[in-house]
Ligand binder design. Structure first.
Ligand SMILES: [Zn+2]
Length: 386
């Protein structure tokens, strides 16, 4: 993996290159990037750069023997550690090594945009806890007094450091603090909250910022050959994550259906509020729509409510004349404009609270019909009081 192919902030790449060039690499680093960040690619590119015998212009050469081994993720001084569990094939004593070829294939199949939920599916863990366990940590410690094969750094990439099992992490502390024989630890995580403080205090934090909207748009057009307009739409709602943008594009129809449902719902609520007349809301139609959503199960119910929350937040931004902060597709913009009049600072918080309450109740198996009916009339009341 070359730096040029990593989809992260260019400034951050330059910073890592500079640290390597000036030989100021701290031996334990925590790469922190939200779900969907190209952090695994960044870690491999950094490791490859450090090991490359002919690096130039701020990148690895891609041609030296070391680079060629990195390309296959088969460099003897590159150690990949990732969450795993026992499976049908590996019935006991599981560790990362036993799943290495499966993991490499997984990385290549996703162009290094790897996601934990996909890996869980890949492992077919059947609801088993999947973690970086004691055995993986013991392997690291055992290798501590061995020198690297190629004379450079021994590099450990721990993907999903928040999955370090709490019984395994303490074993690693001393090695993280005083590694021997030129060792570099790159821990990757999405959130620092779930990382043990003892690990946090022993690593240098490298924050990977979300990608800019126009960078995502460009990549969608150039790499995935997606239409300019569609790319702009999905870059806008990707929250700075390329993987999220790709995932959303696959679900385009679903999103347009959600928008249609949003439009129907708001049309009904708008009619109720402006006419102060219960018959104008055409509740029967809304009830049928809710029935459809309810029939599709809990995940779809939550998806609909989450969609409402996102649209409500955007409506409020429009109301406050902060159009530049609105994250929406062009078609959504149109609908948002139509109903922004209904939203005020006064009713925004109650509306979002009602959505959260509905989500809470869906999780707890309260009757969905009740939840949706209640939500509808709570919303109507909030709009009436705007
Ligand atoms: Zn090279």
């Amino acid at each position: 993996m070359l730096f040029k192919d990593v989809m992260v902030d260019e400034g951050l790449k330059k910073q890592l290159v500079m640290l390597a060039d000036e030989n100021r690499i701290s031996h334990a680093q925590l790469f922190l990037g939200k779900k969907g960040t190209h952090s695994f690619a960044l870690a491999v590119a950094f490791a490859q750069y450090i090991s490359c015998s002919n690096r130039h212009d701020g990148d690895s050469c891609g041609k030296c023997p070391s680079c060629l081994m990195f390309e296959k993720l088969q460099h003897p001084d590159l150690h990949l550690i990732f969450p795993n569990c026992t499976t049908k094939e590996v019935k006991k004593d599981n560790d990362s090594k036993q799943f290495m070829s499966q993991f490499r294939d997984f990385v290549f199949a996703h162009n290094y945009h790897i996601d934990f939920d996909d890996w869980v599916k890949e492992m077919q863990s059947e609801n088993k806890q999947i973690s970086i366990n004691i055995r993986d940590c013991s392997n690291i410690i055992q290798q501590n007094d061995i020198r690297s094969y190629q004379g450079g750094y021994k590099i450990y990439i721990l993907w999903k450091a928040e999955k370090l099992h709490y019984t395994a992490a303490p074993k690693l502390l001393k090695t993280l603090e005083e590694p021997e024989n030129k060792t570099l630890f790159l821990l990757l995580a999405e959130s620092s909250d779930q990382i043990l403080p003892t690990i946090l205090s022993r690593t240098q934090l490298v924050k990977i910022p979300p990608l800019k909207e126009n960078v995502i748009r460009q990549h969608l057009v150039n790499d995935e050959h997606i239409d300019e307009k569609v790319a702009a739409d999905f870059a806008a709602i990707s929250e700075g994550s390329y993987t999220k943008a790709l995932g959303l594009i696959k679900k385009q129809d679903e999103l347009h259906h959600l928008l249609k449902q949003y439009d129907n719902l708001l049309k009904s609520l708008n009619a109720y509020v402006t006419n102060a007349d219960l018959t104008a809301m055409n509740y029967l139609e809304i009830q049928n729509m809710f029935g459809e959503i309810i029939k599709e199960g809990r995940e779809k119910q939550k998806q609909f409510i989450n969609y409402l929350s996102r649209m409500f937040r955007n409506e409020l931004l429009l109301h406050q004349k902060s159009e530049h902060l609105v994250k929406a597709m062009a078609a959504e913009h149109e609908i948002l404009e139509r109903y922004k009049i209904l939203f005020t600072v006064k009713n925004a918080a109650p509306l979002l609270n009602e959505c959260n309450r509905a989500l809470y109740h869906i999780e707890r198996n309260v009757s969905a019909k009740l939840i949706f009916t209640d939500l509808y009339f709570k919303m109507a009341a909030a709009f009436a009081k705007r």
